[in-house]
Design a protein around this ligand. Structure first.
Ligand SMILES: Cc1cc2nc3c(=O)[nH]c(=O)nc-3n(C[C@H](O)[C@H](O)[C@H](O)COP(=O)(O)OP(=O)(O)OC[C@H]3O[C@@H](n4cnc5c(N)ncnc54)[C@H](O)[C@@H]3O)c2cc1C
Length: 460
């Protein structure tokens, strides 16, 4: 059984395992999930007077550019996450924000439209996870988003061990963390937050767990250095999203960051042929003419289905190696799962039964929402195939951006691109009778008058 099913099998004999003063926690991986978990764990423990020791194992050096300091990602932090973090007292420092995004531009083969922020504020942040791309300028050491989160965890008392964990083994009912050339270190709880790009499963080989890792697929990220002026002239402060009829391509975006443009391609096993198709497509070339191979590019994997049973006695999986959101807001999912995990550990216990009762519901809520996300992406795929449907959507958005009133299609697309809202809310908006009636009208009009919609027509 995988996490697509409503609830995992009941745990046979739930044990009562709680952490006492002086308990030791090993966190494997210091990306967003590991850092958020350590931060909230130490924060909550401090509030109830529980004294914990937290070691975070993380080989990356976030003061260095890619590949040494980068956790490969599009780097969009949605406005809802920026706000939620602010309510936690976590305010992103200006040096980590490469660009405030104030609009989206939707590009298709039949035209393009700009969608302004519903609130006219630049609250979406484009960040670098490390200290920038491979050829980033010196002096960019404090720009890393992951580095900032790690500092927060260290500020609460976490200790960073800058080394890779090679293996986890079971000793006397506890887990011990092994590194090359060092003695194993035993912990009262091990939190695995390794993401999905370095094999959490092999780390745990031989432990006989029911855990099954998430299903994942290959993506592509490319960083083009345009210079500040080049970015301003081409993509500006908008994120550019492409709805193109290219097989296996679910989502393509160009994101402005400092003096770079980040191209991000998500879909089914993105390969070179698909990248070439995208780079040579007319809509991309109109927006960002790129000729040569970028100096910084990577092919990270992205989870498309959550893990099964991301916990055991004294062991849990958070962030991407547990459950994350489909194609969007992975950092937000890391925050939510990490906080739920920390709460469970401090207030309930570290037995599998505790995780099942108090941690799994947070994961399951994301899994359930991903099912709805899957339906939305299926509908998007249909639109990708039908030229008149693309025209209808552009017409609708263009009109909404000119008029006052409820911009329903614009808001659906905004939330879909930014990851700001759950898929459930997006679907609910898409089912509204007024929206459906207007969409039907635009579909008929687009069939009757097959006219392209050009950006110049869009009043902001
Ligand atoms: C192409 C692409 C674009 C994306 N765009 C966005 C976006 O715009 N916005 C967004 O919110 N999300 C985005 N995501 C998703 C986001 O990157 C992830 O959801 C997020 O990074 C998950 O955080 P994590 O901490 O679980 O894992 P990671 O960020 O992968 O961190 C895992 C950490 O564990 C460390 N580690 C691994 N193995 C070991 C080991 N054996 N020992 C010690 N340490 C180890 C790694 O060095 C790493 O630092 C994107 C993903 C992809 C692939």
């Amino acid at each position: 059984m995988r996490s697509g099913q409503p609830w995992p099998a009941p745990v046979e004999s739930p044990s009562e395992l709680r952490l006492d003063d002086g308990a030791r926690i090993g966190v494997i991986g210091g990306g967003p999930a590991g850092s958020f978990f350590s931060y909230f764990l130490l924060d909550m423990a401090g509030r109830v007077g529980l004294d914990l020791e937290v070691d975070v194992y993380e080989p990356r050096d976030y003061t260095r550019p890619a590949p040494y300091g980068c956790n490969m990602c599009g780097g969009i932090v949605s406005e809802s996450l920026v706000q939620t973090l602010a309510t936690e007292g976590i305010i992103l420092p200006p040096e980590t924000i490469e660009r405030g995004i104030d609009s989206y531009v939707l590009h298709t083969d039949v035209g393009s439209v700009r969608i302004g922020t519903p609130t006219h504020e630049m609250r979406i942040a484009a960040v670098y996870r490390g200290a920038g791309p491979r050829d980033a300028a010196e002096g960019s050491a404090t720009r890393s988003f992951d580095g900032y989160l790690q500092k927060l965890a260290v500020g609460k008392g976490a200790r960073v061990v800058r080394e890779r964990v090679s293996n986890v083994e079971r000793t006397n009912g506890r887990f011990a963390v092994k590194r090359k050339g060092a003695d194993p270190v035993s912990y009262d709880l091990v939190a695995v937050a390794t993401g999905i790009n370095s094999g959490a499963k092999t780390l745990l080989d031989g432990l006989d767990l029911s855990y099954r890792p998430p299903r994942a697929t290959k993506t592509v990220i490319q960083e083009y250095r345009l210079g500040e002026e080049g970015v301003r002239r081409t993509i500006g402060t908008s994120m550019h999203v492409f709805l193109l009829d290219i097989r296996r391509l679910e989502f393509a975006a160009v994101i402005p960051k400092g003096e770079y443009a980040t191209i991000c391609l998500l879909g089914e096993d993105i390969d070179k042929a698909l990248v070439d198709d995208f780079l040579s497509s007319a809509p991309l070339r109109r927006c960002l003419p790129v000729a040569e191979q970028p100096p910084c590019h990577c092919s990270p994997r992205i989870a498309v289905q959550g893990a099964f049973r991301p916990y055991d006695d004294r062991l849990l999986f958070i962030g991407d190696c547990g459950v994350t959101r489909l194609y969007k807001d992975g950092i937000g999912a890391a925050y939510r799962t990490a906080k739920a995990a920390a709460k469970t550990v401090v207030f309930h216990g570290v037995a599998a039964a505790d995780f099942e009762r108090h941690y799994w519901p947070a994961c399951y809520a994301i899994t359930k929402d991903n099912t709805l996300g899957g339906w939305i992406f299926s509908a998007t795929r249909l639109v990708q195939r039908m030229r008149f449907a693309r025209r209808a959507i552009l017409r609708m958005v263009a009109r909404e951006q000119r008029e006052t009133g409820m911009p329903r299609m614009s808001m659906i697309l905004w939330d879909l691109f930014s990851g700001s809202a759950p898929y459930r809310d997006i679907l609910k908006r898409g089912m509204h009778p007024t929206f459906l009636a207007r969409l039907a009208g635009d579909l008929v009009a687009a069939l009757a008058v097959p006219q392209d919609v050009h950006q110049e027509e869009v009043a902001r």
